[in-house]
Ligand binder design. Sequence first.
Ligand code: RAT
Ligand code: ZN
Length: 424
Amino acid sequence: MPETNTPLNRDQIEAVVGEETAPDKLIVDDWHTHLLGPKAGPELSLHGIDQMLTYHYVRRKLFGAGHIDPDTFNSWDLEKQGDFTWQKLFLDAPSDAFDEGCRGVLVALEAFGLDPNATSLETARQFYADTPAEEIQRHCMELAGVRRIVGTQDVFNDQERAYYTDGDWDANYLSGFRLDELVLHYPRAVGKLNAWGYSVGTDPSETSTASEIRRFLSDWHGKLHDVVYGACSFPPNCQVHDLSTQEGAVLHHAVLPALRELKLPFFMMPGPIRQLKYKWQDAGDGVGLCDMFPYQQLLRHHSGNAFFITPLHNANQYDASVLTCHNDNVMAIGHWWFNYHPGLVEQDLKMRLEMTGDRFIAFNSDARVLENLIPKWRRFRQVLAKVMTDKYQDLHDTGRHVTREGIAKTLQTLFDPDRFNHIA
Ligand code: RAT
Ligand code: ZN
């Protein structure tokens, strides 16, 4: 067995990187998903062939091609939706499954030994009926190389709140405390906050209101399981730094001080334009380019807070990396949704390495259905292996020693979120 710190030859690098990026070697935490474990029950913990086929990446293709009117589709039960989607997008095959949404379904089917060319969903449904959800979950996490999963905990969501307080929680799930409703829809949130015993007014900059919002955040931090950050997505033109806006005021007076006190980072997702096609539901959101100035200001004004940033628009990836060069309280993270395409991911991964070294979290899946973990992480690992091989060969050419130990350490670092000294 060769020493792990023996310098590698140039032509050994590809194989070593391939081994070190494999899911049985590089086991990671998935830092942003919409998943809940099987203990949450089938309504909240999504898995199975019909959930995969109705994932919004796939529905977007179905509606976009004009195969069905969304109202009609939405009125059907899940199995009917699954059958229709399989028929239109996979059997009639008007276009091949080059898109990551449809391709992801095929990859997951194949991973479970199911036939990606099946003429009906009968066998797949039987497989799911016979296989316990825990077993599906174990397999998905193992194939993806994922140890722990961070979810999206929106306590304003009436379908989910009860589970967060009283539900039986799966140990390998952590909470991402989602704050869109509080930050972006504060006037709407006021009613619920008051009904829950927090005496807030409509002006979040008012001292007693801000303190009540902070009390709400701290109480829910106590109720939710293992909160690892507070999170919010922002529409493209959001002035997060501007205290005269409602969003800016909620952030400045309540959210950021509370997160700082709780020693939690703030996870920012600039870019989505919600409900461009409202009948398409979550498949109908769009994306817009953001001005990064407000984010730059926010980081500077809250230098004691730690931030993650993951812009949705691909052209904002560069700006996000530049932000991390000048501010030690922010890291870029992941690729999601419209920004999760192998070509874009490859380009961004290179750019991040070249500009920031290792100051970013390389990937998170944004999975909504357990099986999404398999295609998304598998795809990312392919890109990672390719880019890291290239980078290490390039480094080798400078005369610098490249070792297996060094490669493994860097890869671990790229998935380690605990690199902020601000929240120590
Ligand atoms: O990819 C998605 O699931 C989107 O619909 C959004 O929910 C997004 O991931 C988000 O977290 O805002
Ligand atoms: Zn998400």
